[in-house]
Structure formats: C-alpha cells, structure tokens
Design a protein around this ligand. Sequence first.
Ligand code: AMP
Ligand code: GLY
Length: 425
Amino acid sequence: MKVLIVGSGGREHAIATAVAKSPRVDKIYCAPGNAGIAALAECVAIGAMEFDKLVAFAKENAIDFTIIGMDDPLVGGVVDAFEAEGLKVFGPRKNAAILEGSKAFSKDLMKKYNIPTAAYENFTDPTEALAYLETAKFPIVLKADGLALGKGVLICNTLEEAKDGVKEIMEDKKFGSAGNAMVIEEFMTGREVSVLSFVDGKSIQIMSSAQDHKRAMDGDQGLNTGGMGTFSPSPFYTTEVDEFCKKYIYQATVDAMAAEGREFKGVIFFGLMLTPEGPKVLEYNARFGDPETQVVLPRMKNDIIDVMEACVDGTLDQITLEFEDNAAVCVVLASNGYPVAYDKGFVIKGMEAFEGKDDYFCFHAGTKFNEEGVIVTNGGRVLGITAKGSDLKEARAKAYEATEWVSFDNKYMRHDIGKAIDEAN
Ligand code: AMP
Ligand code: GLY
C-alpha cells in the first residue's frame, strides 16, 4: 500500500521509521518532510495546512492511508477534508481534535465527566480574570485556550505576575487568537508522565509511558521548549498509577468524547501529573508527542499500520499492543539560542555513524538539504538522538555516546536527560 505522512519533525521521522517496517507498505510519501525522512519517503513540497493540495495529492497518487502527525492541521479539520473525498486517514476529526485545540473545552469535559484534573475557571473577559486573581492562591497557572506551540502556559508566583500574564495573553495577544479565552487553574506539584494511546472511537489501548524534559537548560531551568529529550518507560509510572488511570482517566475520556457526539479516533496523548492526591490530567493532545514518539514507537512490536487501521475501522479491541521489554532515551540536539533566536544553515556531519545500527536512531527534526544537496540545520530542534538499551541507564549511556558522533556549529543539548532515572532507583 501507499502511505502519506503529514508533518516535518522528529515525530514524523519516527512515525515514518515505524511505517517503513510494515511489510504491507510499498511506498511512503511525506508532506513536507525533512532531510532525514527523505531517506525513507518521497518528500513532497506541500505544507501541512494546505488541505486542498494534500487531498488532491492523495487522490492523484492513489494513497491508501494518510497519517496526520501535527496538531494544527488536525485542529483545523484536515481529517474531515480527507474523509469528504472518501480517503482513509488516521487522526481525529475537527470536532474531536478540539480536545487539544481548546483547553477550556477539555477542562469543562473533565469537570462534567469527573476526570481528575486541577481546579480551574475559564474566562473570555480579562476584567473578570483579573477580579478572580485578587482572591486566588499562588502560585497559579494561566493557560491560553488555543494552540500556542506549547508556549501558552504561564506559571505565576505572585498576583503582579499573574496580572501581567492576563494582559499578555488576553490583551496583548502574545499567543494570537489562542488568547481569546483562557483557563486559570490551580498549581499542582508532582512528577509529569506522558502517556500516548491509540483510540478507535470506543476503545483505547495505552502505549508504554514516557517522560519529556520541556525546559531548555539542565536542572529544568530556562524557558519552556517543544521538548529537549525523553525517556521511556517512566519508572514513576507504576502499576498503581496505571490502574488508577485505567479506572478514572483513559476510558473515561474516550467515553466522554463519544457521549458528547465527538467520537475520537487517533492518538490521545495524556499529559499527567502524579500529584500527592493521585494522577491528574495536565493536558490532552490529539496526536503523538514530540519527542515522546521517538522513544515509544521504536519499542513497539506491532505493525503500526495494523494498529492505525484498526483505529479508523473501529476494531482496536482485536489488537494487543506489545512493547519490547527494554528502554529508550532521546536527547535533542538543538541550535544554541533555541527556543528564542538561533542561526540555521550549518552543515551536519557524522550522521552516517548510525547506519546499520539497530539500537540507534538519528531522528531529524529541523534539517534540510542545501543547494549543494548537503544536509544542514533548519530549526531550533535539529536532531533527536535516540538509543535503546536493556534498561534506562544503558539506553541513556548509549544515547549520550551517540550525541558525540554528530557535529554542527552551535550544537546545544541538555546533559541530564533521563537523570530522574537515578532518583527512581
Ligand atoms: P501544558 O501545555 O498544559 O502541558 O503545560 C505545559 C507545562 O506547564 C506542563 O508540562 C507543566 O510542566 C506545566 N503546568 C501546566 N499546568 C500546570 C499546573 N496546573 N500545575 C503545575 N504545572 C503546570
Ligand atoms: N512533548 C510534548 C508535546 O508533544 O506536546
């Protein structure tokens, strides 16, 4: 079969790597893709938000199955556009992708269906938000309602900071229309865990857990980023946590969406916080995580096409997800200055060292071919250097070893990805 993947980051490279392993797949296209994905797929110069062009391409090239990696097209209704032309596509429709597209929607859903999450209020009027803050407890968390590249969350320690935050989000529109509405919620403490799942509208299957490192600098200092590294599984995701989430969070979310007439098919990413009172949902995403996917999919034993097709067909209950009994660590190599300002266009050397090594992956996030056909840096996050090992410690040592194989100007990484593992032991 012919598969089209929509997206251009490390997540899509990891998805393409899994798809390429399927004996059912003859040809992969990726729109728009990147220089790493180009080794597995034919990259086509169509942007992820160009729905008409994507649909036309899928029809002209007789694509059998399309996989949407990114949040923006999902929230914008790309799945509906494909389905309207009778094309088979993996991901939630617009009315279900709102689970990620509106934090106010997801908070109201959790409240209505008793799914554990932080206490909150929604606001569309900045004056009311400011009045609410006068009597609030600090720290407090402000969230722009809509998609904001993972940056629309402000943790405010004082009333002054929170007032400035409301102004930034709702009045100055720092995150654009994402700030037309906002959520103000209780500050929670605890360890964060990312759980990705496959959903077919009715049933849900959980993938192996992971943990992201969102801050730019070692010791969780510096600005929030798209993610500087991940490890899987999380040693903090215990059997007890799993049982709690299965009872109160996972199926409850799928059922809630169905009850609202918003049947969810695709991936639900549960951002959980393991608080002293038990696991609570920090946020939902309607897609694979980046860079969680880079440590989760290489450990999955199933044929990804079988699983994704079952999600679309509503037959996921006939599939048993299986993961290797090992671990993986992904260290992001970024451009110095990310997530604020950074230079691009530097030649990347040494990537051939990954060839023929089954346990090591060099997932491309922001790369491209320059005019001479040489691979150069093309983003803040450049590569996701990933390794599998028999346990987290070994995977971490291997991933860091492999970060040395690659060089480019302004290469930057955190040195403590997966360090939490030591604390767990
Ligand atoms: P989100 O995009 O909602 O996952 O938020 C981004 C990050 O902000 C999360 O990964 C947490 O580290 C932090 N965060 C979000 N909500 C809360 C909360 N209620 N309490 C504490 N930290 C939070
Ligand atoms: N790594 C967090 C995310 O994909 O949103």
